[in-house]
Design a protein around this ligand. Sequence first.
Ligand SMILES: [Zn+2]
Length: 181
Amino acid sequence: MKYFVKIKEGSLIENERAGATMSTYYMGTSKEVFFEVYGLSNIDVEKVLDGKIYVYIYNSIRGGGMKASGIVVKQPLPDDEEVIMLLREKVNAIKIRIDVKRDVKTVQHSPIPKYDYEYENTKIECFVCKMDIMTDEIISDYDDDIYRENICPNCNNSDCCELEYEKLDDFLERTKQLNKV
Ligand SMILES: [Zn+2]
């Protein structure tokens, strides 16, 4: 027996970015600080800053000081004023400069379809073990490079059922008729 799986009503979403093949993801913000301190080593500075800023580079400068830079590791990320206060008060840092980086990642992908939608979770019977199973529990996967389709969650046999998924055009036609009533 072939089971018919309908598109869930109300699940249809029209994609604003239909056709796009590139997407940009926001990965978060990071803050890098540059400053000068006198009379302290980078290890001292880190200790005093209590792990809130990881100090990772320094250049010695005349007069027993160093040019340092660091990454703010405290979470949630403090605002600039808090970072400046921390550096000023704890290590008497001067010439403080903060760089805020917005880390974004651009990914290429196949074109975004016009619509996204879900299928109705449908109760069916497994050909092999005769148990009632739900279509959202059925998976298809690679097993040692062999593609196994429609694996039963109960008996683990592939091709456990025959499913026919409703086509988008048919769904649009069906719901159009419903809306007319
Ligand atoms: Zn089964």
